[in-house]
Design a protein around this ligand. Sequence first.
Ligand SMILES: Nc1ncnc2c1ncn2[C@@H]1O[C@H](COP(=O)(O)OP(=O)(O)O)[C@@H](O)[C@H]1O
Ligand SMILES: O=P(O)(O)OC[C@H]1O[C@H](OP(=O)(O)OP(=O)(O)O)[C@H](O)[C@@H]1O
Length: 233
Amino acid sequence: MPIAARSSSKSAPIWCACARAFPGGRLSSHRSIGPAAVSPEQAQQSPLGAFVAVVGPSGAGKDTLIRLAARHFARDDGFHFARRVVTRKADPEAEDHAEIDEAEFERRQDARDFALSWRAHGLGYGLDRSLLSRVSHGQTVIANISRRQIGDAAAVFPRLAVAHVVVAEPLLVERIVRRGRESREAAVERARREAPLELPRAVWRVAEIDNSGPVEQGLGRFLEFLEACQPKV
Ligand SMILES: Nc1ncnc2c1ncn2[C@@H]1O[C@H](COP(=O)(O)OP(=O)(O)O)[C@@H](O)[C@H]1O
Ligand SMILES: O=P(O)(O)OC[C@H]1O[C@H](OP(=O)(O)OP(=O)(O)O)[C@H](O)[C@@H]1O
């Protein structure tokens, strides 16, 4: 599949440094919460990598964009695409995650093996601690996480960027059904799951990636954002 259909609007980058994004503006629907772990200015100066949280409703295209971006940046050591641990049967067609059972998930949570872990849709999800050291060595780490985990991610990763993938709502259920992992009933349930996007003040960069159109369009915007999330150190 041809990949890099770049956004044509070079003069108007799709990402915003958070300090400029609040209040008001195109991201005014996002609420800023909690104390800042690291100010945007500090994060800008710190010789660290970054963590890019890819969030959005089920079916928006998070895993698709991540998979295509991973292919695009396959030879670029500056980027690392995290492999999640999930208590769901492995399915490389959908997402290349590591499958574990409930008992092992709990054991790893208790052992503090995860940098981040959460529950949703009756499943457990985790991101390995080793990602912390990748970030501290300057890599940009990308992962699909829950919208409800952004606050925790900001506490764990000093330089946090958020890519919010959205699509026109009627498309969500159809895309989830076409993916073939859930029944239509479960797809409706998934698409209905509400999770307000609450952004901590410390968020370094944020972008809304509209994936309602052809995937090349959404991918172009996502790649542009990821490039903007490479710390210049
Ligand atoms: N721009 C797009 N146009 C059409 N179908 C898409 C697009 N992006 C993703 N899809 C399809 O939609 C389904 C859901 O995508 P997926 O990446 O699994 O979403 P998410 O990870 O956000 O739940 C998949 O079958 C995928 O192939
Ligand atoms: O709190 P939310 O923002 O609603 O997200 C809940 C969970 O659903 C997604 O994973 P999953 O792979 O199960 O679903 P998806 O790929 O269909 O989004 C997402 O990565 C979270 O782990």
